[in-house]
Structures are given as structure tokens and as C-alpha cells.
Design a protein around this ligand. Structure first.
Ligand code: DC
Length: 223
């Protein structure tokens, strides 16, 4: 079996940046599963499908076409039926409801299968909420990345400001706390640390330090 590095943790914990940089450094494929749940959410919103089981949802999932565009050296783009939805999947509308769609067992079943297929034959760094517990329970390396709520909200605010959007820290903290709760208490594949995952608290770490720790561990164990 190829090497799998599983990185789980709550929103804005630094998972994505860490996963992207670790994948680049190791030459592994980067699989951002949160982007897939976000793309399904965009598809459902476009069809006015509420977050509940329905035949229309089953059909949408059957026909779902999500691709990652890995061309070039820039950020990975997310394509929904060929259309670039990289910006839309990070919109406030999607942030507000993605937890409701990702709690649906139909959605999870379909996406877990797509994630496992995407990893076939590849060395991957896969990030999400249930990677070490459900998607790749046999992953050789598992990390659970956490950080204080305030630190996470500050990081999100800085990201938004860098992109030219003003954001209120208190509101961001409330939004993150709400999403953490929804992801943690849901019935199907809740956000939980796998027993054999290494917990990494990044509250006081720079991105470089986080990446270094993950890489050191992966190389140590792979050697
Ligand atoms: O990592 P993110 O913020 O982009 O994830 C968006 C949402 O998708 C998040 O609220 C929880 C859900 N998600 C999930 O349920 N399982 C995953 N493996 C990844 C994300």
C-alpha cells in the first residue's frame, strides 16, 4: 500500500496549509476533503436542495463530478462538473451551511468512496475530519491538529484581510465554535481524534514549525 498521511482537526486549525506544504515537500498528492464537502454544498444550493435525504440528492450524488486541478504551481483549483468553484466554496453562504450537508450519511458515503478512489495508487496527504478514523483508518501516519479558538479566529481574520475582506473577530469565533460543535456532535463520522493519532497543538507554532514536526515524524517512521 502507498503511504497515507492523515491530518484531521477542527476548522482553521492550520490543517490545510500544513497538509499542502507537507504534500509539496514529500512529493505526495494533497487531498483536501473539506473542499469536496464544500463543492457538494455549492451543488445542492444551486439546485435548492435542503440538507435532508431526498431522491434528488441521491441523483445529484450519483452524477457528482468533482475534480482537483493540479496543473501549474499555484493553488489547487476545485472543479465542479468542469467549472472552477474554488472561490464559491469558501463563501460565507457555504460556510454557514456546509456542516448541515456534510452531516448527511448519503453525502459522506459518496465522498468517502471518491476520496479512497482518488488516493488509489498514490502517496497522499489527506486532510479532513474523519480521515484517520473512517477514510483511511490504516494510514501509517495520523495527526490531529488543534489550536485555541481565539488563535484560529485570528488566523481566519488575517486570511480574510489579506484577501481584502474585513472581518470581526468575535463573529469569527462564534462561527468557528458553531461549526466545531456541529462537526463534533453529528451522528455520522464526527470529528474525533483517532486513538493512534498524534495531537499537535499549533496555537504557539508557526506554519514552518508545524510542517517541520509533521515531516520529521513521517520521515522518522518511514525510515
Ligand atoms: O475543512 P473545511 O473547513 O474546509 O471543511 C468544511 C466542512 O466540511 C466542515 O464544516 C466539516 C466538513 N468536513 C467533514 O465533515 N469531513 C471531512 N473529512 C472534511 C470536512
Amino acid at each position: 500500500m502507498k503511504d497515507v498521511v492523515a491530518i484531521d482537526g477542527p476548522s482553521a486549525s492550520g490543517k490545510s496549509t500544513t497538509a499542502r506544504m507537507v504534500a509539496r515537500e514529500l512529493g505526495y498528492l494533497h487531498l483536501d476533503t473539506g473542499a469536496m464537502y464544500r463543492a457538494v454544498t455549492v451543488a445542492c444550493l444551486r439546485q435548492n436542495l435542503p440538507p435532508q435525504p431526498s431522491p434528488q440528492l441521491d441523483l445529484l450524488l450519483d452524477e457528482l463530478d468533482i475534480q482537483f486541478d493540479r496543473e501549474g504551481s499555484g493553488d489547487q483549483r476545485v472543479l465542479l462538473a468542469g467549472e472552477d468553484v474554488s472561490g464559491q466554496i469558501r463563501s460565507p453562504e457555504v460556510n454557514a451551511v456546509v456542516s448541515s450537508y456534510s452531516a448527511l450519511p448519503q453525502v459522506r458515503k459518496r465522498l468517502v468512496k471518491l476520496q479512497q478512489q482518488a488516493a488509489e495508487g498514490n502517496n497522499v496527504v489527506c486532510e479532513g475530519r474523519d480521515i484517520g478514523t473512517r477514510v483511511f483508518p490504516d494510514a501509517r501516519h495520523k495527526f490531529f491538529i488543534v489550536a485555541d479558538l481565539k488563535v484560529r479566529a485570528e488566523r481566519r481574520r488575517d486570511e480574510l484581510e489579506a484577501a481584502g475582506t474585513a472581518a470581526d473577530l468575535e463573529e469569527l469565533m462564534a462561527e468557528l465554535a458553531r461549526r466545531d460543535k456541529a462537526d463534533t456532535i453529528r451522528e455520522h463520522s464526527p470529528l474525533v481524534k483517532a486513538e493512534d493519532a498524534i495531537e499537535l497543538d499549533t496555537s504557539n507554532l508557526t506554519i514552518e514549525m508545524q510542517v517541520e514536526r509533521v515531516i520529521a515524524h513521517v520521515k522518522g517512521r518511514s525510515a
